[in-house]
Design a protein around this ligand. Structure first.
Ligand SMILES: N[C@@H](CCC(=O)N[C@@H](CS)C(=O)NCC(=O)O)C(=O)O
Length: 339
């Protein structure tokens, strides 16, 4: 009797262990048939519903690429708008499968808050906006200024550091959500508004007369923005990391949404053949089939196409590529080898 129960307990331990080892987010997403994507509460260019209610933006396209790679359909997404202070815990608690939303990769978030960052999609930095009427030309002139800021962001600490380092005695006026923080600045409650420079440009593009607001020249921090996933699911992290990497590798190799099928069929380049699944079996390295990257590129284009769609010369919100160029053009994006 005792022997039987011992064997039974061993069996139970084995069953629980193998269930934990196999039932990851990939299986979960496949079983649900969609991906839950944490996005912002609405930042033009990054993630915002368009006039028909469809979520669009740079961060949204990253999520669509993953859905296309994993589920074969870039529309199989459920969007979960998250305020800044919710964005980390939404991932660690499993409320969302990925957050693709202007989130800075920091040591504390990565090591202590139950999330893993994947690959940097946007190199940003924090800046200040002021009304033209203020007549200020440098952030160092903001002595004793009130500055509107959103809670739960890296922005708060950077602001305090900058103020202290330059002996400015700035007063942070902290709001729970971006809408409130921006609204307070827009109504004159604060002398300045601070967040990542790309978001300053985004918010400015939404006001009636953008020329009434200046983004001051100082960039006071490094904000490497990356999609994040729950800590501990290595396969899921690999999938998101390599899909993003694949979009960058596609740009480096001239593969676009328009030519990807032709490249797959006719390219003589072994690097392109491997990444597009015309040879080898790289898809299996991350638990997917060999067309994983072809589907992602078909759905949203390569990294450069995504960037241009939302921030390029023809987009409503224009953000010069700067650090976000490929390393081949003097920027910081550097795709890792797919092999
Ligand atoms: N990159 C910074 C700031 C991120 C951020 O997105 N901050 C504000 C900007 S005010 C925000 O909440 N944005 C948009 C939203 O949720 O609607 C971080 O990771 O903490």
């Amino acid at each position: 009797m005792r022997k039987i129960s011992f064997v039974f307990v061993l069996f139970l331990i084995f069953a629980v262990f193998t269930a934990q080892a196999t039932a990851g987010i990939l299986d979960d997403v496949k079983a649900k048939g969609y991906l839950t994507l944490g996005v912002s509460e609405g930042v033009a260019g990054f993630s915002i519903p368009d006039s028909t209610g469809r979520w669009v933006g740079f961060d949204v396209d990253i999520g669509r690429a993953v859905a296309a790679a994993v589920l074969g359909d870039a529309e199989k997404l459920k969007f979960v708008p998250l305020a800044s202070k919710q964005k980390i815990v939404a991932v660690s608690s499993g409320q969302v499968d990925i957050t693709s939303r202007t989130t800075t990769w920091t040591m504390k978030r990565d090591a202590k808050q139950g999330v893993d960052f994947t690959k940097i999609v946007f190199f940003d930095g924090q800046g200040f906006m002021v009304s033209k009427k203020a007549g200020v030309a440098s952030a160092k002139e903001l002595k004793g200024a009130t500055v509107c800021v959103t809670a739960g962001t890296t922005t708060e600490l950077n602001l305090a550091d900058f103020s202290r380092a330059n002996d400015l005695g700035m007063e942070a006026v902290v709001f729970d959500g971006k809408k409130e923080a921006w609204g307070a600045y827009a109504s004159g409650r604060c002398d300045s508004f601070t967040t990542d420079v790309s978001q300053l440009a985004s918010f400015r593009s939404t006001v009636a007369d953008p020329s009434m607001h200046f983004i001051l020249p100082e960039v006071i921090s490094k904000e490497p923005l990356a999609p994040l996933v729950r800590h501990g699911d290595n396969q899921w992290k690999d999938i998101v990391t390599w899909v993003v990497n694949g979009l960058m590798e596609a740009e480096e190799n001239g593969i676009t949404a328009a030519n990807v099928m032709e490249m797959k069929a006719n390219s003589k380049n072994p690097v392109i053949n491997r990444m597009l699944g015309a040879s080898g079996d790289v898809g299996s390295f991350i638990g997917l089939d060999n067309d994983w990257l072809v589907r992602a590129i078909q759905a949203v284009g390569n990294y450069g196409e995504i960037y241009n769609r939302h921030f390029g010369p023809d987009a409503k919100l224009k953000i010069p590529r700067g650090l976000n160029k490929s390393w081949k053009d003097g920027g910081l994006h550097y795709a890792l080898p797919i092999r």
